[in-house]
Design a protein around this ligand. Structure first.
Ligand code: FAD
Length: 302
């Protein structure tokens, strides 16, 4: 299982395959988990999800950018999405990755790009979530969110339960709107739990703590064991539905997504769009090789 996971994570970081994928559009089943290649298509998908009672967080796909032009292009795309959210009056906010906006190029350049985005979103009352990437980028990402939060109240971020330091970070940033996840990258045992049971146990612990002590919790998982546990926990502690939401990725466990909405929980779908789908898609295969079924369905259901 670990070998399969490492294989797909290795593929997700292959620059050659990544750039080839961009040229060839949505392939290999990615079209079932990516909402569209442009803003117009994505807005149509979002309107459908909103009509089903789901809010959305929109991710302009792309990461690990090393050229300034590419980072500026990504900034332009995200600003376009912010305008579209406002113009189309959809129930949606932004998710972004600092490495797409130049974190690996220059800290100040990245900060300027991110501030431009957060400020534009702030003007329209749109929330911006900073996705968390791998460990080498973790502290710099927290630093940027913390700095921006002094000026803007529309920023939040992610806590990855596989990190040993997650509990400390959760405590420090408890007043942010936080998304709590298990963690998607390959990390060493010097910084992160490796065992699924340890990660799951820490995940539950962090969620419970933040539901009791934090501001607003986004519980982002497809794990029905965790979801059922949270349902029982909020009931036992009389935590009202407006203190938390469940989040899942677009195209995954859609029956369960709809069921949560029917049960009256706040639900937000993470909606990725664009041509830079390769790394995102490979990480989904790493998490759950059965996701290859999605590929098979796309290949054979022509
Ligand atoms: P897993 O541990 O993958 O699965 C647990 C169990 O749930 C499985 O054994 C199976 O029984 C069941 N299950 C899971 N998926 C399915 C399925 N498709 N169909 C049927 N059963 C299933 N990671 C980051 O590092 N940074 C981020 O910023 C980040 N943001 C995220 C945002 C969202 C909205 C989501 C949903 C995830 C995000 N992740 C992020 C990824 C996350 O860290 C996990 O890697 C990913 O969610 C897989 O873990 P899981 O909790 O869904 O359950």
């Amino acid at each position: 299982m670990t070998i399969v996971r490492d294989f797909f994570i290795g593929l997700s970081q292959n620059e050659l395959l990544n750039s080839a994928a961009k040229k060839y559009g949505l392939k290999m089943g990615a079209q079932s988990v990516v909402a569209g290649t442009n803003v117009a298509e994505t807005m149509e998908s979002i309107k459908k999800l909103n009509a089903q009672g789901m809010s959305c967080t929109i991710d302009n796909l792309g990461e690990f950018v090393f050229e300034k032009d590419e980072a500026l292009e990504a900034k332009g795309n995200i600003l376009e999405v912010i305008e579209a959210i406002h113009t189309h009056e959809v129930d949606a906010h932004i998710s972004l990755k600092p490495s797409q906006l130049g974190l690996d190029i220059d800290y100040d350049f990245c900060f300027e790009n991110l501030e431009a985005i957060v400020s534009a979103a702030h003007n329209y009352g749109i929330f911006v979530n900073f996705d968390m990437e791998d460990y080498p980028r973790l502290q710099a990402s927290f630093d940027i969110v913390e700095e921006l939060s002094k000026k803007y109240d529309n920023v939040g971020t992610v806590i990855q339960a596989y990190f040993y330091r997650a509990e400390e970070d959760l405590n420090k940033y408890k007043d942010f709107r936080l998304r709590i996840v298990k963690g998607a990258y390959k990390e060493s045992d010097e910084v992160a739990y490796q065992d699924k049971a340890d990660i799951d146990a820490n995940y539950i612990k962090l969620i419970e703590w933040h539901l009791l002590n934090g501001k607003f919790t986004s519980i982002a998982t497809h794990d029905h064991h965790v979801i059922n546990h949270v349902k029982q926990f909020v009931k036992n502690h009389s935590i009202s539905n407006d203190k938390f939401e469940f989040q899942m990725l677009y195209g995954f466990r859609t029956d369960m997504q709809q069921e949560l909405v029917r049960e009256g929980y706040n639900f937000c779908t993470y909606v990725p769009f664009g041509n830079d789908w390769y790394g995102y898609f490979m990480r989904r295969l790493a998490e759950r090789p059965q996701n290859l079924n999605l590929v098979a369905k796309q290949v054979f259901n022509k």
